[in-house]
Design a protein around this ligand. Structure first.
Ligand code: NAG
Ligand code: NAG
Length: 223
Protein backbone atom coordinates (compact mmCIF):
# COMPACT_ATOMS: atom_id res chain seq x y z
CA UNK A 1 0.00 0.00 0.00
CA UNK A 2 1.45 3.27 -1.04
CA UNK A 3 1.76 5.78 1.75
CA UNK A 4 1.00 9.34 0.91
CA UNK A 5 3.72 11.66 2.01
CA UNK A 6 2.42 15.14 2.59
CA UNK A 7 4.82 17.48 0.90
CA UNK A 8 5.34 20.86 2.50
CA UNK A 9 3.58 23.52 0.51
CA UNK A 10 5.59 26.20 -1.31
CA UNK A 11 5.19 28.90 1.35
CA UNK A 12 7.03 26.64 3.82
CA UNK A 13 9.97 26.30 1.43
CA UNK A 14 9.96 30.00 0.83
CA UNK A 15 10.08 30.76 4.55
CA UNK A 16 12.91 28.27 5.07
CA UNK A 17 14.77 29.71 2.12
CA UNK A 18 14.44 33.23 3.48
CA UNK A 19 15.51 32.18 6.98
CA UNK A 20 18.66 30.52 5.65
CA UNK A 21 19.59 33.12 3.08
CA UNK A 22 18.73 36.42 4.67
CA UNK A 23 21.81 38.25 5.90
CA UNK A 24 22.68 37.94 9.59
CA UNK A 25 21.36 41.34 10.77
CA UNK A 26 17.91 39.78 10.60
CA UNK A 27 18.90 37.15 13.18
CA UNK A 28 21.33 38.88 15.51
CA UNK A 29 22.40 42.40 16.30
CA UNK A 30 26.16 41.83 16.00
CA UNK A 31 27.90 40.06 13.09
CA UNK A 32 28.58 36.32 13.50
CA UNK A 33 32.03 35.23 14.76
CA UNK A 34 34.46 33.66 12.29
CA UNK A 35 36.36 31.59 14.90
CA UNK A 36 35.74 29.94 18.33
CA UNK A 37 36.70 33.08 20.19
CA UNK A 38 38.56 36.34 19.75
CA UNK A 39 39.54 37.71 23.15
CA UNK A 40 39.72 41.46 22.57
CA UNK A 41 43.06 43.18 22.51
CA UNK A 42 41.67 46.45 23.86
CA UNK A 43 45.02 48.20 23.44
CA UNK A 44 45.62 47.33 19.79
CA UNK A 45 46.43 50.36 17.65
CA UNK A 46 44.51 48.79 14.77
CA UNK A 47 40.87 49.86 14.63
CA UNK A 48 38.26 47.40 13.29
CA UNK A 49 34.52 46.81 13.69
CA UNK A 50 34.93 45.43 17.22
CA UNK A 51 38.42 44.66 18.49
CA UNK A 52 41.28 42.61 17.04
CA UNK A 53 41.95 39.25 18.73
CA UNK A 54 44.86 38.81 21.09
CA UNK A 55 47.15 35.94 20.01
CA UNK A 56 45.65 32.52 20.89
CA UNK A 57 48.94 31.63 22.63
CA UNK A 58 48.25 34.44 25.14
CA UNK A 59 44.63 33.47 25.86
CA UNK A 60 44.01 32.21 29.42
CA UNK A 61 40.94 30.59 31.02
CA UNK A 62 40.49 33.81 32.99
CA UNK A 63 39.67 35.61 29.73
CA UNK A 64 36.31 33.78 29.73
CA UNK A 65 35.23 34.60 33.30
CA UNK A 66 34.23 37.92 34.85
CA UNK A 67 33.30 38.70 38.46
CA UNK A 68 32.36 42.36 37.96
CA UNK A 69 28.62 41.71 38.29
CA UNK A 70 29.07 40.23 41.77
CA UNK A 71 29.77 43.70 43.16
CA UNK A 72 27.04 46.11 44.21
CA UNK A 73 27.23 49.48 42.41
CA UNK A 74 27.28 52.65 44.53
CA UNK A 75 23.83 54.28 44.16
CA UNK A 76 24.75 57.52 46.01
CA UNK A 77 24.23 59.78 42.96
CA UNK A 78 21.46 61.99 41.57
CA UNK A 79 19.54 59.09 40.01
CA UNK A 80 19.84 56.64 42.93
CA UNK A 81 20.92 53.89 40.53
CA UNK A 82 24.16 52.42 39.21
CA UNK A 83 24.78 50.42 36.04
CA UNK A 84 27.69 47.98 36.13
CA UNK A 85 28.45 46.93 32.56
CA UNK A 86 29.83 43.57 31.50
CA UNK A 87 30.32 44.60 27.88
CA UNK A 88 33.38 43.90 25.74
CA UNK A 89 35.29 46.79 27.33
CA UNK A 90 34.92 45.30 30.83
CA UNK A 91 35.01 41.65 29.69
CA UNK A 92 37.20 41.31 26.57
CA UNK A 93 36.32 37.59 26.19
CA UNK A 94 32.93 38.72 24.79
CA UNK A 95 34.55 40.16 21.64
CA UNK A 96 32.81 38.90 18.43
CA UNK A 97 30.32 36.75 20.42
CA UNK A 98 27.39 39.16 20.11
CA UNK A 99 26.29 39.22 23.76
CA UNK A 100 26.86 41.16 26.98
CA UNK A 101 25.19 41.88 30.34
CA UNK A 102 24.61 44.65 32.87
CA UNK A 103 23.88 44.70 36.58
CA UNK A 104 21.75 47.61 37.76
CA UNK A 105 21.50 48.53 41.45
CA UNK A 106 18.73 50.80 42.73
CA UNK A 107 18.39 52.67 46.02
CA UNK A 108 14.77 52.99 47.25
CA UNK A 109 13.09 55.41 44.81
CA UNK A 110 16.09 55.20 42.46
CA UNK A 111 15.58 55.62 38.72
CA UNK A 112 17.54 54.32 35.74
CA UNK A 113 16.66 57.38 33.60
CA UNK A 114 15.08 57.14 30.13
CA UNK A 115 17.70 55.74 27.75
CA UNK A 116 18.06 53.49 24.72
CA UNK A 117 20.56 50.95 23.42
CA UNK A 118 21.19 51.62 19.72
CA UNK A 119 22.79 48.24 19.03
CA UNK A 120 20.81 45.70 21.05
CA UNK A 121 17.56 44.27 22.30
CA UNK A 122 17.60 43.85 26.08
CA UNK A 123 16.20 41.02 28.20
CA UNK A 124 16.22 41.51 31.95
CA UNK A 125 15.34 39.68 35.14
CA UNK A 126 14.68 41.22 38.56
CA UNK A 127 17.04 39.66 41.11
CA UNK A 128 15.85 41.58 44.15
CA UNK A 129 13.16 44.12 45.02
CA UNK A 130 10.33 45.63 42.98
CA UNK A 131 10.83 47.65 39.79
CA UNK A 132 8.51 49.59 37.53
CA UNK A 133 9.86 48.80 34.04
CA UNK A 134 8.63 50.64 30.96
CA UNK A 135 9.43 51.39 27.33
CA UNK A 136 7.84 53.63 24.73
CA UNK A 137 7.20 52.50 21.15
CA UNK A 138 7.86 54.60 18.05
CA UNK A 139 4.09 55.27 18.08
CA UNK A 140 4.55 56.80 21.59
CA UNK A 141 2.72 54.02 23.39
CA UNK A 142 4.07 53.28 26.89
CA UNK A 143 4.21 49.61 27.92
CA UNK A 144 5.02 49.24 31.63
CA UNK A 145 4.63 46.87 34.54
CA UNK A 146 5.78 46.45 38.13
CA UNK A 147 7.98 43.35 38.39
CA UNK A 148 9.34 41.40 41.36
CA UNK A 149 12.25 39.01 41.86
CA UNK A 150 12.43 36.29 39.20
CA UNK A 151 10.22 38.13 36.72
CA UNK A 152 11.49 39.12 33.27
CA UNK A 153 11.10 41.91 30.76
CA UNK A 154 12.23 42.64 27.22
CA UNK A 155 13.08 45.99 25.64
CA UNK A 156 13.02 45.96 21.83
CA UNK A 157 16.21 47.26 20.23
CA UNK A 158 16.65 51.02 20.25
CA UNK A 159 13.45 51.93 22.13
CA UNK A 160 13.56 54.42 25.01
CA UNK A 161 13.03 52.74 28.40
CA UNK A 162 13.44 53.26 32.15
CA UNK A 163 13.21 51.50 35.50
CA UNK A 164 12.22 52.84 38.89
CA UNK A 165 12.57 51.14 42.26
CA UNK A 166 9.02 51.13 43.67
CA UNK A 167 9.78 48.78 46.58
CA UNK A 168 10.77 49.61 50.15
CA UNK A 169 14.37 48.32 49.99
CA UNK A 170 17.15 48.11 47.42
CA UNK A 171 16.50 46.52 44.04
CA UNK A 172 18.81 44.73 41.60
CA UNK A 173 18.30 43.62 38.01
CA UNK A 174 20.47 41.68 35.58
CA UNK A 175 20.09 42.39 31.88
CA UNK A 176 21.38 40.66 28.76
CA UNK A 177 21.98 42.17 25.32
CA UNK A 178 22.44 40.70 21.85
CA UNK A 179 25.50 42.88 21.27
CA UNK A 180 28.97 42.87 22.78
CA UNK A 181 28.62 46.63 23.16
CA UNK A 182 24.96 47.74 23.14
CA UNK A 183 25.80 51.40 23.78
CA UNK A 184 23.54 53.68 25.83
CA UNK A 185 21.92 56.95 24.81
CA UNK A 186 20.96 58.40 28.22
CA UNK A 187 18.47 61.14 27.35
CA UNK A 188 19.20 63.63 30.19
CA UNK A 189 22.90 63.58 29.25
CA UNK A 190 22.36 63.37 25.49
CA UNK A 191 20.03 66.38 25.44
CA UNK A 192 21.37 68.54 28.26
CA UNK A 193 25.01 67.60 28.78
CA UNK A 194 26.55 67.01 25.34
CA UNK A 195 29.93 68.47 24.37
CA UNK A 196 29.60 70.98 22.83
CA UNK A 197 26.06 71.66 24.11
CA UNK A 198 22.95 71.53 21.91
CA UNK A 199 22.06 75.23 21.32
CA UNK A 200 19.41 76.54 23.70
CA UNK A 201 17.25 77.78 20.81
CA UNK A 202 16.95 74.19 19.61
CA UNK A 203 15.90 72.96 23.05
CA UNK A 204 13.50 75.84 23.84
CA UNK A 205 11.64 75.19 20.57
CA UNK A 206 11.73 71.40 20.99
CA UNK A 207 10.34 71.44 24.52
CA UNK A 208 8.22 74.63 24.20
CA UNK A 209 9.72 76.24 27.29
CA UNK A 210 11.80 79.38 27.82
CA UNK A 211 15.55 79.52 28.12
CA UNK A 212 15.46 79.68 31.95
CA UNK A 213 14.04 76.18 32.10
CA UNK A 214 16.69 74.84 29.69
CA UNK A 215 19.53 76.51 31.61
CA UNK A 216 18.13 75.18 34.86
CA UNK A 217 18.11 71.59 33.53
CA UNK A 218 21.58 72.01 31.99
CA UNK A 219 22.94 73.25 35.32
CA UNK A 220 21.90 70.00 37.02
CA UNK A 221 24.22 68.02 34.77
CA UNK A 222 27.11 70.48 34.54
CA UNK A 223 30.34 68.69 35.40
C1 NAG B 1 28.82 52.99 40.39
O1 NAG B 1 29.42 52.17 41.36
C2 NAG B 1 30.83 52.06 41.22
C3 NAG B 1 31.30 51.02 42.23
O2 NAG B 1 30.92 51.38 43.53
C4 NAG B 1 31.46 53.43 41.39
O3 NAG B 1 32.84 53.32 41.20
C5 NAG B 1 30.88 54.37 40.39
O4 NAG B 1 31.38 55.69 40.60
C6 NAG B 1 29.37 54.42 40.49
N1 NAG B 1 28.81 55.23 39.41
C7 NAG B 1 27.93 56.21 39.61
C8 NAG B 1 27.42 56.92 38.40
O5 NAG B 1 27.53 56.51 40.72
C1 NAG C 1 29.41 55.90 47.48
O1 NAG C 1 29.60 57.14 46.82
C2 NAG C 1 29.48 58.26 47.70
C3 NAG C 1 29.51 59.53 46.83
O2 NAG C 1 30.56 59.50 45.92
C4 NAG C 1 30.59 58.19 48.73
O3 NAG C 1 30.48 59.29 49.61
C5 NAG C 1 30.48 56.87 49.51
O4 NAG C 1 31.57 56.71 50.40
C6 NAG C 1 30.45 55.68 48.56
N1 NAG C 1 30.13 54.46 49.30
C7 NAG C 1 30.88 53.37 49.22
C8 NAG C 1 30.40 52.20 50.01
O5 NAG C 1 31.89 53.29 48.52
Amino acid sequence: MATMIALPRPPFFMILFLMVLLPSPCRSADPDPLQDFCVADLKASLSVNGFPCKPVSEVKSDDFFFDGLAKEGNTTNVFGSNVTAADVLAFPGLNTLGISMNRVDFAPGGVNPPHSHPRATEAGVIIKGKLLVGFVTTANVLHSKVLEAGEMFVIPRGLVHFQRNVGKGKAVSLTAFNSQRPGAVVLPFTLFASTPPIPNNVLTKAFQVDEKVINDIKSKFAS
